[in-house]
Design a protein around this ligand. Structure first.
Ligand SMILES: *[C@@H]1O[C@H](CO)[C@@H](O)[C@H](O)[C@H]1NC(C)=O
Ligand SMILES: *[C@@H]1O[C@H](CO)[C@@H](O)[C@H](O)[C@H]1NC(C)=O
Ligand SMILES: *[C@@H]1O[C@H](CO)[C@@H](O)[C@H](O)[C@H]1NC(C)=O
Ligand SMILES: *[C@@H]1O[C@H](CO)[C@@H](O)[C@H](O)[C@H]1NC(C)=O
Ligand SMILES: *[C@@H]1O[C@H](CO)[C@@H](O)[C@H](O)[C@H]1NC(C)=O
Ligand SMILES: *[C@@H]1O[C@H](CO)[C@@H](O)[C@H](O)[C@H]1NC(C)=O
Ligand SMILES: *[C@@H]1O[C@H](CO)[C@@H](O)[C@H](O)[C@H]1NC(C)=O
Ligand SMILES: *[C@@H]1O[C@H](CO)[C@@H](O)[C@H](O)[C@H]1NC(C)=O
Ligand SMILES: *[C@@H]1O[C@H](CO)[C@@H](O)[C@H](O)[C@H]1NC(C)=O
Ligand SMILES: *[C@@H]1O[C@H](CO)[C@@H](O)[C@H](O)[C@H]1NC(C)=O
Ligand SMILES: *[C@@H]1O[C@H](CO)[C@@H](O)[C@H](O)[C@H]1NC(C)=O
Ligand SMILES: *[C@@H]1O[C@H](CO)[C@@H](O)[C@H](O)[C@H]1NC(C)=O
Length: 745
C-alpha cells in the first residue's frame, strides 16, 4: 500500500488533465484536494486563515480551484456562515446545522476543528466493527484528513474514498478524545453526520423514499427551499417510513438525463437526512445518525466511529445514478459469495401452512414444491419452542429448539427427507432453508423467564409489546453470544443452506439514546461472526418486508425481502422505488396466491410471475395444491423463464423505462453484462379504449448493433429500439404483461 504523507504536492497521475482510472483518483496541491472519478470531480481545500475545510465543487469534471462567490460580509451571518464547509462544527459563527456536535468535558458545545495533516493511500482501510464499501488498490483511493481542536483536546479523522469507475465517494469520520484520563473528561457526541458538504447557490430538488409497512419505497420529489428539508428514522432501524437514501437533482433532471447526486448511509439504525438552504442560497447536505438516538459518550483515550456514507454523482439522470449504486454495491459493498451468483428458486411454507406445521405436512409440501421445479424449500415460522410451543405469535419466540411434537427426531432427518427430493429436470437435491427472528422474544418464553433483563427497557416504564414481542438488547455482549450460539447450533444440526433473518418491530423503550448505536454495533458483530463462519449459507434479511433494506445489512447479506405486500401491481411501484439505490439482484420477490390476501385483487399468474422475476431472488409463496388448473399449467413456463432471466438480473444493468406512478404502461429492462441480450418487462395496468399506448422506448443498447426480438420476431437496430420504441398490441383486460427478449445478431 503506497502511502503519501503531509502537505506536499502529490500528483498521482501521469500527465492527464483528469483521471482515466483509479490510480489518478486523488491529488493534493498544497492543501487543495482534488478527488477525481471517470465523470465526477470533488474539490475542497484548507482555508489557511482558519484551518477550516472549505467545499469547492462536487459534480461533473473540473480541473481548477476558482475563487468562491463574493458575498457581502456584513450583517449577522458573517464569517463561517458564508463559507461552504466540509466538516461544520458548532459555534464560531456558522448558524447552519453542524456535521458534528460535541458536548465537551467542561460542558460547552463549541468545537474548532482545524486542519493538521493528511494521508493519501491506495485502496481503502476497513472500518473496525462496521459495514463499509471495500476495494483493492486499483479500485479505490483514500484521503484521510486529520483535524484537531486544541481547546478541547479532541481530534477528528475525516476519510474520503473515491471509486472512480462509479463516480462514488465513501465518507466517514472518527473522533478521539485525548482529554484527561482522570475520569472526569468524557465527551458526548450529540450529532454525527457522516456526509456533509455545501452546494453553491443552485436550484435543487430532493427525491426521497417514504412509505409504511406493505407500502415501502414510494417516492416524492420536492423543491429544496429556504430552511430545512429533512426526514429520518427514529424507529431504531432504517424503517418502512423512510430509508437512509435521498437524491438531489436539478429541476430539469429526468430519469435519463441531467445532474443527480445520491446519498446513502451504510447504517441499519435510526438516521437523519437534511438539506438546509441558507440565506446565501448555499445548500448544506447532511446524512448521519439520528440525533435523538446519539448522545454517545467517549471516555478519554477512546475513539467514536461514525458509520460510512456513500455519495454518487451522475450526469445521466436518476437512472444513471441508480446504475452506479447498483454496480458499486454488487462489486464493492455486498461481500457474500452469492452476490453475483444466480439464486435458487424457492418456495416458502408460510402462505401455504402458516403455524400449522409438522414434519409430515412440511415434507408433503416439499414434495409438491419439487413437482413445480422448486430448488429451495423454506420452513418459515412455527418450528420451535418446547415449554412454549410456537403455535401462534403469542409465545415461544426466543426458544430456538425444534418443537418435539412437530419434529420428534429434531431437524436433521426432516431436512434429509427434504434433501432426498431431486429438483425437477435436474440431478441436484432440493435445498432446505429456515426462518429465524433472533433479536426478539415473547414474554411467553423460557428465554424471557430466565433473562427478563435482556430486553430493551427504560427503568420502570412499561415494556411496550408489539406483535406480542419485546426486543432483545443486542448491545449486550451476553445477548450477542446467545444469538451467535443458537444460530450456530441450528446450522450445525442439519444441512441448512439458507436462512431468512426476520425482525418484526421497532425499538420503543431505550434506557439511553445511545442504546440504538450500541445495538446496531452488536448486531453487526453477530452477523459478521455468523456470515464469516457460514459463508456457504445464503442469508436473506427481512423486517416485516423492507423495513431494513439498507446498505449496512447488504454488506453481509446478499438479499433482502422487499415487502410483505405481494400484490403484483403494488409491488411494481415498491420494487421500482427500491431500485433507486439498491440493485434488483438484491431483492427477494415471490408469486403469491390470488386473490391477494392483502388487497383482494386478482392478477394473472403471468403478471405476478413477471413482477417477481424482476428480482434476484425469485420464488413462490403459496400452497401448490391450491393453484387453479390454469395457474398450474402456466408454472412450468414461468420456471423456465426464471432460469433464463435470473443471470441477467443478477449481473446485468437495470433501466426503468416507464414508472407505474406516471404511466398506465410501465416497463423495465435489463441488459446482460456482456451486452449480448436484453430482457424487457412491459405492463398494462388498466385496459383503456383511448388513448393509444405510447411506444415503449428501450435503453442501454448499442445504437449501431442489431437485435432480434421475440415480440414481433423482427430485427432492428439499437437506435430504432431506443428512439422509435416497440409498439405492444395489448389485449383487452386489466393487468396484462409481456416478457420480451432481445438478442444481438
Ligand atoms: C490506469 O492508468 C495507468 C496510466 O495510464 C495505467 O498504467 C494503468 O494500467 C491503468 N490501470 C487500470 C487498472 O486500468
Ligand atoms: C489552492 O486554491 C486556492 C483557491 O481556492 C488558490 O488561491 C491557491 O493558490 C491554491 N493553492 C495551491 C497550493 O495551489
Ligand atoms: C489553538 O490554535 C489556534 C490557532 O493556531 C491558536 O490561535 C490558539 O491560541 C490555540 N489555542 C490553544 C488553547 O492552544
Ligand atoms: C481531572 O481532569 C480535570 C479536567 O481536565 C482537571 O480539571 C482536574 O484537575 C483533574 N483532576 C485530577 C484529580 O487530576
Ligand atoms: C401434522 O399436521 C397435519 C396437518 O395439521 C395433521 O393432519 C397431522 O395429523 C399432523 N401429524 C402429526 C404426526 O402430528
Ligand atoms: C421439465 O422437463 C419437461 C420435459 O422436458 C418440460 O416439459 C418441463 O417444462 C420442464 N420443467 C421445468 C421446470 O424445467
Ligand atoms: C396459542 O398457542 C397456545 C399453545 O398452543 C395456546 O394455548 C393458545 O390458546 C394459542 N393462542 C391463540 C391466541 O390462538
Ligand atoms: C434419504 O435417502 C437416503 C438415501 O437414499 C436414505 O438412506 C434415507 O433413509 C432417506 N431419508 C429420509 C428421511 O427419507
Ligand atoms: C401468553 O400466551 C397466552 C396464550 O396464548 C396469551 O393468551 C397471552 O396473551 C400471552 N401473553 C403475552 C404477554 O403475549
Ligand atoms: C464468533 O463468536 C464466537 C463466540 O463468541 C467466537 O468463539 C468465534 O471466535 C467468533 N468467530 C468469528 C469468525 O468471529
Ligand atoms: C377473483 O377470482 C376469483 C376466482 O375466479 C373469484 O371468485 C373472485 O370473485 C375474484 N375476486 C375479485 C375481487 O375479483
Ligand atoms: C414469433 O415466433 C414465435 C416462435 O417461433 C411464435 O410462437 C410467435 O407466434 C411469433 N410471433 C409473431 C408475432 O409472429
Amino acid at each position: 500500500m503506497a502511502m503519501m504523507k503531509g502537505a506536499c504536492v502529490v500528483m498521482l497521475w501521469a500527465g492527464a488533465t483528469f483521471a482515466q482510472n483509479s490510480t489518478a483518483a486523488i491529488a493534493a496541491t498544497g492543501t487543495n484536494f482534488t478527488l477525481t472519478a471517470e465523470g465526477m470531480s470533488y474539490l475542497f481545500h484548507v482555508d489557511t486563515d482558519s484551518g477550516d475545510l472549505v467545499s469547492d465543487h462536487f459534480g461533473g469534471p473540473t480541473t481548477d480551484f476558482t475563487p468562491p462567490a463574493n458575498i457581502l460580509p456584513w450583517g449577522w451571518n458573517d464569517e463561517l456562515s458564508n463559507f461552504r464547509r466540509e466538516f461544520p462544527d458548532v459555534g464560531r459563527s456558522d448558524f447552519r446545522l453542524p456535521a458534528i456536535h460535541i458536548e465537551h468535558a467542561d460542558g460547552d458545545t463549541v468545537s474548532a476543528f482545524r486542519y493538521r495533516s493528511h494521508d493519501i493511500t491506495q485502496g481503502k482501510p476497513s472500518i473496525p466493527g462496521l459495514p463499509a464499501t471495500y476495494g483493492g488498490d486499483g479500485d479505490v483511493t483514500t484521503l484521510i484528513v486529520q483535524l484537531y481542536d486544541n481547546v478541547s483536546d479532541v481530534s477528528a479523522a475525516l476519510s474520503y474514498s473515491v471509486f472512480p469507475k462509479y463516480n462514488a465517494i465513501a465518507r466517514s469520520f472518527s473522533i478521539t478524545n485525548h482529554g484527561s484520563t482522570n475520569g472526569s473528561g468524557a465527551i458526548v457526541i450529540e450529532q454525527a453526520h457522516s456526509f456533509s458538504t455545501d452546494f453553491p447557490h443552485v436550484d435543487l430538488e430532493m427525491i426521497e423514499p417514504h412509505g409504511d409497512w406493505s407500502h415501502e419505497f414510494q417516492t416524492v420529489r420536492r423543491k429544496i427551499d429556504y430552511g430545512e428539508t429533512s426526514f429520518g428514522s427514529k424507529a431504531g432501524y432504517a424503517s418502512h417510513q423512510h430509508n437512509p437514501f435521498f437524491a438531489l437533482v436539478s429541476p430539469s433532471t429526468t430519469e435519463s438525463s441531467g445532474e443527480a447526486w445520491g446519498f446513502n448511509l451504510v447504517w441499519t439504525g435510526s438516521f437523519e437526512a437534511t438539506a438546509e438552504k441558507f440565506s446565501n442560497g448555499y445548500v448544506r447536505v447532511l446524512l448521519g445518525l439520528n440525533s435523538l438516538h446519539t448522545s454517545i459518550r467517549v471516555e478519554p483515550g477512546e475513539t467514536f466511529q461514525a458509520p460510512e456514507a456513500v455519495a454518487v454523482y451522475s450526469s445521466e439522470g436518476v437512472g444513471g445514478l441508480s446504475r452506479s449504486f447498483h454496480d458499486l454495491y454488487r462489486s464493492h459493498l455486498s461481500r457474500s459469495k452469492f452476490t453475483k451468483e444466480t439464486r435458487p428458486i424457492l418456495l416458502n411454507s408460510w402462505e401455504g401452512l402458516g403455524f400449522d406445521i409438522n414434519e409430515t405436512s412440511l415434507v408433503n409440501l416439499a414434495g409438491e414444491a419439487e413437482e413445480l421445479g422448486i430448488e429451495l424449500f423454506v420452513n418459515d415460522d412455527g418450528w420451535f419452542g418446547v415449554e412454549y410451543p410456537r403455535n401462534n405469535d403469542s409465545l415461544g419466540l426466543g426458544d430456538w429448539t425444534p418443537n418435539p411434537a412437530k419434529f420428534p427426531n429434531g431437524l436433521a432427518p426432516y431436512v434429509q427427507a427434504v434433501n432426498n427430493f431431486t429438483v425437477l429436470n435436474a440431478s441436484k437435491p432440493l435445498q432446505f432453508g429456515i426462518w429465524v427472528e433472533p433479536e426478539m422474544v415473547n414474554p411467553n418464553s423460557t428465554l424471557y423467564r430466565e433473562h427478563p433483563d435482556w430486553v430493551l427497557r427504560a427503568g420502570k416504564h412499561q415494556r411496550t409489546l408489539t406483535r406480542n414481542q419485546l426486543v432483545l438488547n443486542v448491545g449486550l455482549p451476553e445477548v450477542q453470544d446467545f444469538i451467535i450460539g443458537f444460530v450456530s447450533r441450528i446450522l450445525d444440526s442439519a444441512n441448512i443452506q439458507y436462512v431468512k433473518w426476520d425482525n418484526n418491530r421497532g425499538m420503543h423503550e431505550l434506557s439511553h439514546p445511545s442504546d440504538d448505536y450500541d445495538y446496531i454495533l452488536g448486531l453487526y458483530r453477530v452477523i459478521d461472526n455468523l456470515t464469516t463462519r457460514y459463508p456457504n449459507v445464503l442469508w436473506e434479511g427481512c423486517a416485516s418486508g423492507g423495513g431494513r433494506f439498507d446498505p449496512g445489512l447488504l454488506h453481509y447479506w446478499p438479499q433482502h425481502w422487499t415487502s410483505d405486500n405481494t400484490d403484483a401491481a403494488n409491488r411494481l411501484t415498491i420494487q421500482m422505488g427500491t431500485s433507486l439505490v439498491y440493485p434488483p439482484s438484491a431483492m427477494g420477490c415471490h408469486i403469491s396466491a390470488t386473490p391477494n390476501g392483502l388487497t383482494n385483487r386478482n392478477i394473472s399468474i403471468e403478471y405476478r410471475g413477471h413482477v417477481a422475476l424482476m428480482c434476484g431472488s425469485f420464488g413462490l409463496e403459496l400452497n401448490p395444491s391450491e393453484l387453479s388448473p390454469e395457474e398450474a399449467s402456466a408454472v412450468p413456463s414461468i420456471m423456465a423463464q426464471a432460469e433464463r432471466v435470473n443471470p441477467v438480473v443478477i449481473t446485468g444493468s437495470f433501466f426503468r423505462l416507464a414508472h407505474p406512478d406516471k404511466s398506465n404502461w410501465p416497463g423495465v429492462q435489463f441488459v446482460s453484462h456482456d451486452g449480448s441480450q436484453a430482457v424487457v418487462f412491459a405492463f398494462q395496468q388498466q385496459y383503456v379504449v383511448k388513448p393509444a399506448p405510447p411506444p415503449l422506448r428501450l435503453a442501454g443498447l448499442d445504437p449501431r448493433a442489431r437485435y432480434s426480438n421475440d415480440l414481433d420476431n423482427s430485427t432492428y437496430s439499437g437506435a430504432t429500439y431506443m428512439n422509435g420504441g416497440l409498439n405492444i398490441a395489448w389485449p383487452r383486460g386489466d393487468y396484462q404483461s409481456k416478457l420480451i427478449w432481445l438478442a444481438k445478431v
